[in-house]
Design a protein around this ligand. Sequence first.
Ligand SMILES: *Cc1c(COP(=O)(O)O)cnc(C)c1O
Length: 362
Amino acid sequence: MIAVSSAQGVIARYRSYLPVGESTPVITLREGDTPLLRLRNIEKHIGCESELYAKYEGLNPTGSFKDRGMTMAVSKAVEEGASAVLCASTGNTSASAAAYAARANLKCAVILPDGAIALGKLAQALLHGAVVLPVSTNFDGAMNIVRTISARYKITLVNSINPYRLAGQKTAAFEVCDLLGDAPDLHVLPVGNAGNITAYWMGYKEYQFAARSTRLPKMFGFQAEGAAPIVNGAPVEKPETIATAIRIGNPASWQSAVKARDESGGEIRAVSDAAILESYRMLARMEGIFAEPASAASLAGTLQLHADKYLQRGMRVVLTLTGHGLKDPGTALKVVPEPKPFKADVDEIADFLNLKKLDARN
Ligand SMILES: *Cc1c(COP(=O)(O)O)cnc(C)c1O
């Protein structure tokens, strides 16, 4: 049983695949059902004979894929009688937790690495009423704090080590299969705390087991060069990258990401910040898709696979674009020329734009 209605949120849509019962209250903002967009202009531009599709997760209610997991985590927290939720976050988890907690009348507290959060994400968490605690540590330090607090005090942890988060997030793999008619050949995505690659792999395997799809994709995860612990095989003490959402040195789901990679026959590789920014601009300029920098690691990785002659004719490649570009307008403005003020003069503007005069008869 699938697809009750595409506009009901992921719990209603994929209920039979999720750990929910009749008594589970469904806290939803109608997340999921995001578009799969063929990237024809980029295919043509790079001379790629594979079909590239972007799963544009920036169109979730709070602007990132985190909502798929948060609807589950918060619904289960309410079912279990919680009164407050807690998370560490590079930004999007806190935005999502704050919104779903508001909808469920729960308190929400978030621990953020001080100064390393995109402005839009911070604004979301604050406006939704979360208690925001910027701590002078990085994400990994914030993660250690919330693990310890939730082990000692009555508050529900909604980071992706909460298993309900991954259960919700696996629905993105279901949607890809439903939209393509089967699983793709390759699935490419950014890797930070490594929950999402774990969740997609879980989803693809469950869908195949349920005979909703016939095959499994190879999973290709991409970390930023300055924050690539899985690629290096060792934690990174001071992770650095412009892609703040994947600025993580010791991923919580490290082992399961490696398992997804190895079971699927895929790889986890690194891409440079320069390649991430180049892909970020390409998506916006060539395809009209404004994704945040971390999301562009998917395209940067795909371009790397193309350059390595890995992408064959007819292959279907799905790229997860994890979050919306509007969350981080500061980075966008850094990679474009600043517009110059211009005189309010019709002829001078037309001249500057090199416009031809209309025929007088028109
Ligand atoms: C959370 C996040 C990621 C990383 O996902 P993980 O599950 O932590 O690997 C990537 N991009 C964006 C925009 C995110 O919010």
